[in-house]
Design a protein around this ligand. Structure first.
Ligand SMILES: [Zn+2]
Length: 142
């Protein structure tokens, strides 16, 4: 699966995540309807959502009431779940792997561990084995 990311969307992820420091930022990545069966996905917009976790510096949690309208919107399908890692690498944490996000096809993590060099990674997390995740390819700005 290759994911296409508009430059503005990437910049939005970085600026929003910086604003939420020292806490983790989170939200949904919305796609376009043109997604077809060639295995590619086109990200169209980022919808920030409040992080309601009790440990927001190291975990994120989104209220079901906040996410529901997005999950019901078929015109702008949710193609990804996004969150930031303020002080750790862009690798799914143990807590991330325990959370139930397997119905959303892509999992995005932006690391701000090096403040001047944001590091975005995309993953696909398989339900069968909770510890299995693999990196996805993506291009920004094409
Ligand atoms: Zn995480």
């Amino acid at each position: 699966m290759l994911v296409h990311i508009p430059t503005e969307l990437y910049q939005h992820l970085v600026s929003y995540s910086r604003l939420q420091l020292p806490e983790e930022a989170c939200g949904f990545i919305l796609g376009t309807q043109s997604d077809n069966d060639n295995g590619e996905r086109h990200a169209a917009a980022f919808a920030p959502l409040p992080n309601i976790s009790k440990q927001p510096r190291t975990q994120f949690e989104i209220s079901p009431t906040a996410m529901l309208p997005f999950l019901l919107d078929q015109e702008h399908p949710v193609i990804g779940i996004f969150h930031s890692h303020p002080t750790s690498p862009p690798i799914p944490s143990h807590h991330d792997l325990q959370s139930l996000w397997h119905t959303i096809p892509t999992y995005w993590i932006l690391s701000l561990q090096q403040p001047e060099q944001p590091d975005l990674q995309l993953y696909q997390i398989k339900k069968a084995t909770l510890t299995t995740f693999h990196k996805l390819s993506f291009v920004i700005g094409q």
